[in-house]
Structures are given as C-alpha cells and as structure tokens.
Design a protein around this ligand. Structure first.
Ligand code: DX5
Length: 222
C-alpha cells in the first residue's frame, strides 16, 4: 500500500497561506489538507473556497477538502471547482450519503467518508462502491493540537478488514494528533495516509519531520 504524508494547513500562518503551501510542498508533502469548518458542525470557522482558490496555483500537489460543515451538499461543488481533488465528508451530515459520494466522483474528484470518533464503522458498509478513502478521525473534529486517541486503532483495523473483504482499492487516512510518537500505532492498525498539522508546523526542519513520519509509517505499516 502506498503511504502518504498529508500536512494539514490549519496550523499555518494565515497571513501568508500561499507561501506556507509552497514550503510544505517543497518539504515533501504528498497532498495538502484544508480543514473546512462552518462554526456549526464544529465550533470553529476556517477556509471558504476563495481562500483555497487563492493558493491553488502556488503548488502542484493535490488538495484535500475535509468538509466539517452542516449541509455540505450545497458547498462541495465549489471546493471541486477551486481545485480540490479529494473531498471528504462526514456521513451523519448528509441527507443522502450514497448519492453525495457518487456526486463527488461525478464532479471529477475522489470521494472520502470521514468518521468522527463516535461515528460507527457501519456508516461505510453501504457506500464502499462509491468511495476512494475512509478518514478515521483520531481526535474529535474542530481543532488542531489535540491528543491522539489510540482508542481509535481497533476501529482502523475494522475498517481495513471491511475494505480487504470487499476487494476494493480504498485508502485509510487518519487525522488528529499524528506525530512521530503516534504514527506507528495508526500504521500498524491499517492506515496508509497520514494527516499531520502541529507536529509538522512546529518542526524546525519540516522536510526532516515529513521524512521521519514517512519512515516510521513504512516501518510499522502493513
Ligand atoms: C481537526 C482537523 C485536523 C487537525 C490536525 O479537526 O481535522 O486536520 O488540523 O492537526 P493536529 O495534527 O495538530 O492534530
């Protein structure tokens, strides 16, 4: 399985987002994740499509939009339009999950199901035919810098077993508290895509931090 390191833009210096994107891409990021929050589904407010559009042509790497909003159906086409190749949505915010994940693909992007810590794995069983990734949150969504929930590792393994049994090529991403101390546990549980915000943002040498995460994931991965 390909293992990817995806820095989150959330801890970046918002006064120079474009330059931050360039620095993360130059440091070896495989993709960049934009945490889109509406102040309703989660108690925080972040990136509108216009912000992402302003940064799109600064880097070549793919963008993920992790949509943590109520009524995401109305918003998500705009995120595809401004250049997000991956759109991740929480199923409990959707009226019609199967139709919405299918629509993300029809819009030309990859679709992902984002599972908050309390959201059961069963939410993915009937949409495996229309998704490309499952994001298992390892913190409650809304803020960076929180502690990693190792209690989510059995859930990662259940998701991996479900995907393996389906015979489909679906990635498992983890997000929240991922650092050199925690990435091994997530990788050995079955994850292969790793979002990291504060552990990369606070590193003196971001390229070395990304390389260390990649090496540790490769060592522990399945
Ligand atoms: C939290 C976000 C995460 C967060 C990760 O709701 O979805 O992407 O930015 O940041 P760290 O790695 O600091 O937990």
């Amino acid at each position: 399985m390909q293992q990817l390191i995806v820095p989150s833009v959330l801890p970046a210096d918002f006064s120079q987002l474009g330059a931050e994107c360039v620095e993360l891409a130059d440091a070896g990021a495989d993709r960049l994740q934009w945490d889109v929050m509406d102040g309703h589904y989660v108690p925080n407010l972040t990136f509108g499509p216009g912000v992402i559009a302003a940064c799109r042509d600064k880097v070549a790497c793919e963008f993920e939009a992790h949509i943590m909003c109520d009524r995401p159906e109305e918003l998500l086409p705009r995120y595809v339009e401004v250049g997000c190749q991956w759109v991740l949505v929480h199923p409990e915010t959707l009226r019609e999950p199967h139709r919405t994940y299918q629509r993300i693909r029809e819009l030309g992007a990859h679709a992902g199901v984002a599972l908050s810590p309390a959201t059961p794995v069963e939410h993915i069983t009937d949409v495996l035919d229309v998704i490309d990734m499952v994001l298992v949150m390892t913190v409650s969504p809304g803020f960076g810098g929180q502690a990693y929930l190792s209690s989510m590792e059995p859930k990662i393994t259940r998701v991996r077993d479900l995907i393996t049994a389906s015979g489909r090529d679906i990635d498992i991403e983890v997000d929240g508290g991922i650092s050199a101390a925690t990435i091994g546990g997530a990788a050995s549980a079955g994850a292969n895509v790793f979002v990291s915000g504060s552990s990369i943002a606070k590193a003196d040498d971001r390229a070395a931090a990304i390389k260390e995460l990649r090496d540790l994931a490769a060592e522990a991965g399945r």
